[in-house]
Design a protein around this ligand. Structure first.
Ligand SMILES: [Zn+2]
Length: 297
């Protein structure tokens, strides 16, 4: 017998770390059946066949904050926040977003081809976006997953930035034991490690600061970075001293114009990106069936 975990895993090892994003959300089937039977007046059998066909939208599957009848929970035995239904009434949708580019094309085609499609167990949704939007999505997800009260969040953010923008290195391994991140002029490559300290080349370090600023600026005044709390003006001054603005040919202007250019450089700007969402519907299909059996009984 296959365990739930083995059964759900899809192999993403062929993809660079930064090109894949995983989302998970729960849907309450007690709420869903209630909508179909009470509000819409369907018989349980009709509700069952309609719910089975239901395909949530990409927005519903990937929202940083779930909307009813979806909800998010890290608890082992969560209850529906709307109707308090216990776990056996919940179904999970796992969604994997792959950014389409040349580096991922072959692996993506192979993965999608191998998915079981019987009864719509998996669904593939294609969408178009641009690099700037993807970058802000990534920042949102990062901000949502970070605990800014935790002292390690700056390390986490640095690692997330490196994973996305320098995907060829195994950062999990590199960060093992790292307690501090410093800027260094003396590196041959992007980074070096000495004991518990990770050293980053100036341009790389500067970009980590920009990401930290962007991810934390909505929570407090200014942004929090490896260099302490910085206003936008202070951030730009540091980037200027650090040589980042020259290295990236960012022209002087007021602080918001400079910020816009920083985001443009870091994100890749208006370049188009094709997105592939792979929706794992297996848990949903199983649970709809067992919940219906309970209704019909
Ligand atoms: Zn519910």
């Amino acid at each position: 017998m296959v365990t739930a975990k083995q059964k759900r895993a899809i192999d993403l090892s062929a993809f660079p770390q930064g090109s894949v994003t995983e989302y998970s959300t729960l849907v309450c089937l007690a709420c869903t059946f209630d909508i179909f039977t009470t509000q819409l007046g369907r018989a349980p059998r009709t509700a069952y066949s309609e719910i089975k066909k239901y395909s949530p939208t990409v927005a519903e599957l990937t929202a940083p904050r779930a909307v009813p009848p979806f909800f998010d929970s890290d608890e082992k035995h969560p209850h529906c926040p709307y109707c308090k239904a216990a776990r056996r009434w919940h179904a999970r949708f796992d969604t994997t977003r792959i950014e389409g580019d040349k580096a991922t094309a072959a692996a993506r085609r192979k993965l999608i081809k191998a998915l079981p499609r019987k009864d719509n167990q998996f669904q593939v949704i294609e969408a178009k976006s641009d690099k700037r939007t993807i970058f802000f999505d990534w920042l949102d997800t990062l901000g949502h997953n970070l605990d800014m009260e935790d002292d390690d969040w700056l390390l986490e953010t640095t690692r997330a930035y490196l994973g996305r923008f320098k995907p060829k290195t195994h950062w999990e391994e590199v960060f093992n034991g790292v307690r501090a991140v410093r800027r260094s002029q003396r590196l041959a490559g992007d980074w070096g490690k000495e004991g518990t300290r990770l050293f980053l080349a100036p341009v790389v370090y500067s970009e980590a600061l920009i990401v930290q600023y962007l991810v934390s600026r909505s929570h407090v005044h200014g942004g929090r970075t490896l260099e302490g709390r910085l206003t936008l003006q202070e951030l730009i001054r540091r980037l200027s001293y650090g040589g980042y603005l020259d290295a990236k040919e960012i022209s002087p202007g007021d602080q918001f114009e400079v910020l816009d250019q920083l985001i443009e450089k870091l994100s890749g700007g208006s370049g188009k990106v094709k997105l592939y969402y792979i929706v794992d519907r297996r848990d949903f299909l199983e649970k709809v069936k067992s919940v219906y059996a309970r209704y019909a009984a």
